[in-house]
Design a protein around this ligand. Structure first.
Ligand code: GDP
Length: 299
């Protein structure tokens, strides 16, 4: 919880602290709502979500006969929690072993780091973990995953650079199945030059998994860079059109004041947020908990 709080410091300043200082000592009127609107937009909450929040503040403050601007803070907190709890959902690891989690996202979003952190957490929980180096496009990506495998004490399955990602996935899942491993985490390439290419590659990977494990759900997790704020929504839409994305990770929230974008990300994409990244350490990848998130912003 402390890690979460310090990780969200910049967003808290830009968002909740600005909200508090603009409403402090003011009476509730249209002028105040206009000022609040500016604050929310600056905090990267986005036009639609801002409108919804302002409407809620306006109606609820009237209904509850509130007079003082300070009282709006509690309402804002309630509303954020109501929005964000819709996006809470634990990982679905299925009934069989291994569980398979496929990671997508453009280069630099924090994909490999997320895979590494998650591997370390599963290993800590006593699970045996296999990392599949299916980003065969960049040699550096394979090397980086290898460093994480060592750090996390996970096994890695890799082929040489340039080889077929689906073949890596086949070997990883197949070997995990025969050795009785618990979890396979698949790191894929972040190339997005053409949507057709992305679709083909992801379909092939998913077909490969299905062939080996027909009844197993495949969590398909899109990793989004939190520092680009709302811009990640358009990026996510491209992936969402290419394949069935079942979850999101928002990384690097510690390095940005744009964490308010989590609200439009949640509302517009309607994909569960599985984890958030609030730092570079292993423990800095946290399951997304709407209440803890909102509390960290408002404390
Ligand atoms: P990939 O290209 O998508 O695999 O991205 P990487 O995993 O290589 O991450 C890119 C950079 O982001 C690295 O320097 C990571 O250490 C950094 N990074 C990833 N997640 C976080 C996070 O939650 N917080 C911070 N501060 N940095 C992160």
């Amino acid at each position: 919880i402390d890690k979460l709080k310090s990780g969200l410091e910049k967003t808290k300043k830009q968002f909740v602290d600005s909200f508090s200082s603009i409403s402090f000592g003011r009476k509730i009127d249209e002028e105040l709502f206009e000022d609040i609107e500016m604050i929310l937009l600056k905090a990267d909450v986005g036009v639609k979500a801002t409108e919804e929040i302002i409407d809620f503040l306006r109606e609820e403050s009237k209904r509850r006969r509130l007079k003082d601007g300070e009282q709006l803070k509690e309402l804002l907190k309630e509303k954020l929690y109501e929005i964000l709890k819709e996006c809470e959902s634990p990982l679905n690891l299925g009934e069989e072993r291994p569980a398979v989690i496929l990671f997508l996202g453009i280069n630099g979003s924090g994909k490999t780091t997320t895979v590494g952190k998650l591997a370390a957490q599963f290993v800590k929980d006593g699970k045996s973990v296999v990392l599949a180096a299916a980003d065969t496009f960049r040699a550096a990506a394979i090397d980086q995953l290898e460093v994480w495998a060592e750090r996390a004490k996970a096994r890695i399955v890799k082929h040489s650079p340039g080889s077929d990602p689906a073949a890596v996935v086949y070997d990883a899942v197949n070997s995990a199945k025969s050795r009785g491993d618990d979890i396979v985490l698949i790191d894929t390439a972040g190339r997005l030059h053409t949507k057709e290419h992305l679709i083909k590659e992801l379909q092939k990977i998913k077909r490969t998994i299905k062939k080996l494990m027909p009844d197993q759900p495949v969590e398909t997790i899109l990793v989004l860079d939190g520092t680009i704020g709302q811009n990640s929504i358009n990026q996510a839409k491209i992936f969402k059109e290419a394949t069935d994305v079942t979850g999101i990770v928002i990384t690097k929230l510690d390095g940005t004041a744009k964490g308010g974008a989590i609200i439009p990300i949640c509302k517009e994409l309607k994909i569960p947020i599985k984890f958030i990244g609030v730092g570079e350490g292993i423990e800095d990848l946290q399951p997304f908990d709407a209440k803890a998130f909102v509390d960290a912003l408002f404390d």
